[in-house]
Design a protein around this ligand. Structure first.
Ligand code: NAD
Length: 327
């Protein structure tokens, strides 16, 4: 069995690849795992170091927008898990062209090649941000999409293209929409690693607006377990929400990160709110729970403690090398 993983050198994709090759999904034992990744600023080969010597792993450095590369890697794939994306909301606010290219055109290139190659299973990794923002209650999968940032709008476009390839062409696509992830190997531009690495070194951290924005924080291991359930048993053409972590406001999360690093709130700087900042995300996970038996396993206290320890113990992964002037 050949599995093609796009974006497999990023945060979540590499967690998925490491988990598969470490045998974390009983009965799922592919002969070949191909990572297709452009190694943008967000991709890091170090993320695959723990499995780099596994003979089943093959890395292709390439762009999902390149039809020839995609066609070549798609050939013979039994399962595609599509993670590759431009993923940082703040970057999409300052410039969104690359988001359109990768998240929309790249996804279209993959779907077209999968159709041509007759791929029997295509998991499109979308996000809960496609639903917009919700003050009360939780979104079921059939809730209308109302993305608010250029990032989430391009993710929604990819998500709807994936659905359309199922409806129009019968491509066996399954779509996941997950809440905010945290864990090791996450790029330090994202909130939890940014706060952990800064606070560890006694540097100040920025808190957007009134700090009242709420996210459902899920450990990346739980996300990857959900993806695997959907890959193995999700119904083609269906969407599955993944979440069920812990809802926390940014203020509450900051308090936990201060505690995890032994710092106090003198290092917290209130900054102007992010433009178009969604107030709250919350997914209803009834469908994946009932149909596929999904349940999150990593509690927030344990998850954050282990994540803080990982960043403390893996400084060389996140700290840029010190440059010494030549004269
Ligand atoms: P990430 O930014 O850490 O990794 C993205 C990876 O995609 C990188 O390795 C990068 O090099 C690669 N990539 C980017 N453009 C590419 C291109 N044109 N061709 C090939 N590779 C390319 O992102 P992540 O946080 O691991 O997110 C993975 C997926 O999960 C994304 O689709 C994201 O929308 C989705 N998601 C993320 C979260 C979260 O909290 N991080 C939550 C829900 C869904």
């Amino acid at each position: 069995m050949k599995v093609l993983v796009t974006g497999g050198a990023g945060f979540i994709g590499s967690n998925y690849v490491r988990g598969v090759l470490h045998g974390e999904h009983p009965g799922f034992d592919p002969d070949e795992v191909v990572v297709l990744d452009a190694l943008t600023y967000a991709g890091n080969l170090e993320n695959l170091a723990p499995v780099a010597h596994d003979e089943r792993l093959r890395l292709t450095v390439g762009d999902i927008c390149d039809p020839l590369t995609v066609k070549h890697e798609m050939s013979g794939a039994d399962l595609v898990v599509h993670f590759a994306a431009e993923s940082h909301v703040d970057r999409s606010i300052t410039g969104s062209a690359e988001f359109v290219t990768t998240n929309v055109l790249g996804t279209h290139t993959l779907l077209s090649a999968a159709l041509e190659a007759g791929v029997p299973r295509f998991v499109h990794v979308s996000t809960d941000e496609v639903y917009g923002s919700i003050d009360h209650g939780s979104w079921p999968e059939d809730h209308p999409l109302a993305p608010n940032s250029p990032y989430s709008a391009t993710k929604a476009a990819g998500d709807l293209l994936a659905r359309a390839f199922h409806v129009t062409h019968g491509l066996p696509v399954v779509i996941t929409r997950c809440s905010n992830n945290y864990g090791p190997y996450q790029h330090p531009e994202k909130m939890i690693p940014l706060f952990l690495t800064s606070l560890t070194d006694g540097r100040p951290v920025p808190l957007y607006g009134d700090g009242g924005n709420v996210r459902d924080w899920l450990h990346v291991d739980d996300h990857c377990r959900g993806i695997q359930l959907v890959a193995e048993r999700g119904r083609p053409g269906e969407v599955y929400n993944i979440g069920g972590g812990t809802e926390l406001s940014n203020r509450e999360l900051t308090a936990r990160l201060l505690a995890a690093t032994g710092r106090d709130d003198s290092l917290v700087r209130r900054v102007a709110d992010r433009k178009g900042h969604d107030r709250r995300y919350s997914v209803d996970i009834g469908k994946i729970t009932t149909e596929l038996g999904y349940e999150p396993k990593v509690g927030i206290d344990d998850g954050l403690t282990r994540t803080a320890a990982w960043y403390r113990d893996n400084r060389s992964w996140w700290q840029p090398p010190t440059r010494h002037g030549a004269g």
